[in-house]
Write a protein that binds this ligand. Sequence first.
Ligand code: SF4
Length: 361
Amino acid sequence: MVRSPLTASLFDLSYPQLEARLQRDGVRPIHARALWQALYRDLDCYPRGRADFLPPLQRWLGEGEGKQLPIASVIDRIESGDGWTRKLLFSLADAQQVEAVLMGFPGRFTACLSTQAGCAMGCVFCATGQMGFVRHLRPGEIVAQAVEAQRILASEGDSLRNLVMMGMGEPFHNYEAVMEALRIISDSRGLNVTPSRITVSTVGVVPGIVRFAEERARFNLAVSLHATTDEERSALVPVNQRWPLSELLEACRYYLKVSGQRLFFGWTLIEGRNDSPDQARQIVELIRGMDAHVNLIRLNPTTGFDGVTPGQSAAEAFRQVIQDAGFPCTIRQHRGIDVAAGCGQLKAARVQGGQHAAEIL
Ligand code: SF4
């Protein structure tokens, strides 16, 4: 099974789609405003019984299919010891489980959302990749994660302002649903997350990068690189066999030219494998001339991969080479060391009986 077996929910509908659905059913589209307000400002997942809705909207909600909410329930929630990282495990209507992570930084929060149950890309160091692929998420199942993140932040007097599509799944393998979800999440009448604060991360699905560039949607793009030769990259990221480095980098250049935006490269540092200053110099050669920012992530250990996490000093030396070549380069902080913050790890921990390692997304 690939597609969700579920019927559409209210969270699947963009504002124009909701208006069209109402009109189709003989209800004036103006009622979309009240419903949208209930869903995305009041964060009300049970809008059917609301007394403040006018009778036509109440009737519409009470009849027919495709309006069921909630569609994702939080079944586990853990918090890092320092309180900065919270991980949510959702159960979907067909009992599939996906994760979202809420990460706090001084002055801001970032939510990391899942786009698929499992993942088909098979990156060897990733807990989700080790699980395999189950199915794509519907747009509403992605939106529901954002709504829950907003609910938590709103209860703390804050709001959801930064989003990364970097949880379970490869976003460009589920392209339409992800873009639809992002249109809903960034709609100024609803959750209103600014597109420039949303990042979509791909492991290198080239047709997705090209399409994303041509959307000109103002969302950011992050491309996970991890190696500078096809042989090394294919060993870590099997999708490289389908779209090798030359094609990937060509797509990246196309994205930069068409979108006019900066590109983010991700690099998971693995001790003795891709963490040497020489490797950093090779990255510089590959991305020379690009408007690019490099994010370094020290490996987050998973039970299915025997790679070793490099020390902070090796990461610093690696970063220095990239910075000296004129590229902004950031080492992502290790957060959530005790909450299995890497994608797929909470679910894997429940399945495998307790893997609690670290990664900041
Ligand atoms: S790193 Fe991302 S693309 Fe690779 S297997 Fe994990 S979830 Fe999938």
